[in-house]
Design a protein around this ligand. Structure first.
Ligand SMILES: [Zn+2]
Ligand SMILES: [Zn+2]
Length: 179
């Protein structure tokens, strides 16, 4: 996967070693920002990276719940067993939403409002404008951060005096493979 091209496929791009690399990079980014990359935030980021399609918050909650049920109990030998069990098995949706907000604000993931789902950013970096091509058939998502998108932002700021704080442009249609 080239991080220099302006259009990236999110789907099928993340091998387990890519996922690891992304997690390490995110850890480093959070450390230098002074942000707390808590275990839950890491887990959620990992799930978004590993998903081979855009993933919704409800799916994430279900997966986390499942992961906790499958976790061997000896994982945290030092902590109190009873409270530990309880905490492991309950995933509070608000904490998941807060973690997603965090990942969004760090620019690690993007929220696609038209399909109510999340995708990893193809090359995480500070505030950037992106447009997404979402295939309605296979749910493949491509992120574009090429010039035309920047031009819309420049137009808004320079010509209309509008300050853009967050922008997600979503184009729905059929990908090349599905046509
Ligand atoms: Zn992005
Ligand atoms: Zn498609």
């Amino acid at each position: 996967m080239s991080s220099h091209s302006s259009v990236c496929d999110h789907v099928q791009d993340f091998t387990p070693s890519d996922v690891n690399e992304r997690l390490m990079a995110a850890k480093e980014q959070c450390r230098s920002n002074g942000a707390r990359f808590t275990p839950l935030r890491q887990q959620i980021y990992q799930l978004v990276l590993e998903a081979n399609k855009p993933v919704g918050a409800y799916d994430l909650i279900t997966q986390l719940q499942q992961m906790r049920l499958n976790e061997p109990e000896a994982k945290n030998p030092a902590s109190n067993k009873q409270t530990n069990n309880q905490m492991q098995k309950n995933v509070a949706p608000p904490t998941v939403y807060r973690s997603l907000e965090f990942l969004l604000s760090e620019g690690l993931i993007h929220q696609l409002t038209s399909i109510n789902a999340y995708v990893p950013c193809c090359h995480p970096r500070a505030q950037h404008t992106a447009a997404f091509l979402i295939c309605a058939q296979c749910q493949r998502v491509q992120e574009c951060s090429s010039l035309p998108v920047q031009e819309i932002m420049s137009f808004a700021q320079r010509d209309v005096g509008f300050t853009v704080e967050r922008s997600v442009i979503e184009l729905s249609g059929r990908c090349q493979a599905c046509q």
